[in-house]
Write a protein that binds this ligand. Sequence first.
Ligand SMILES: [Zn+2]
Length: 169
Amino acid sequence: MFSSDYWQARDRFRQAAQSLNCVLETHPIKALGPQGRSLSIDIARYGSKSPHTTLILSSGLHGVEGYCGSAIQMATLTDLLPQLTLPKGMAVLLIHALNPYGFAWNRRCNEDNIDLNRNFLLPGQSFFWQPSGLWSTGFFSEPPSTPDPTRSLYSQAAGLRAAIWRFIP
Ligand SMILES: [Zn+2]
């Protein structure tokens, strides 16, 4: 079930989590959404209280993608989990809207204009560009010319697979 905005998605997530007796946490962030509305990252835990195995299902790292991720989390809470018996010692952690600012404003980056999936250095760590082997897949992810429409996606994917196997010993 797709929501029409971040707040509807968050309300639905909270209600579904409570209906399933999940432990629910809300972590507000300082940044605000449209009309100055407050934003938060919401976390629901289902299953073991002291798990040795945890499945984490997060949504909305790239803000606007939260519509899809939130819908998947809703389906998990309302359709999937009620039918499952989790193994002993297992928990499912659903993290709703890792980037609530981007979700609420329909953008990919967060309130600091950071793409959270491209910036994950810890404080003090240096940026060393990228692994040299990444270039061997560049023809697929960054082709030098317009892709040849007569080549099927399958054959292009097969080329990528071959390139990866050359890179991985
Ligand atoms: Zn993404």
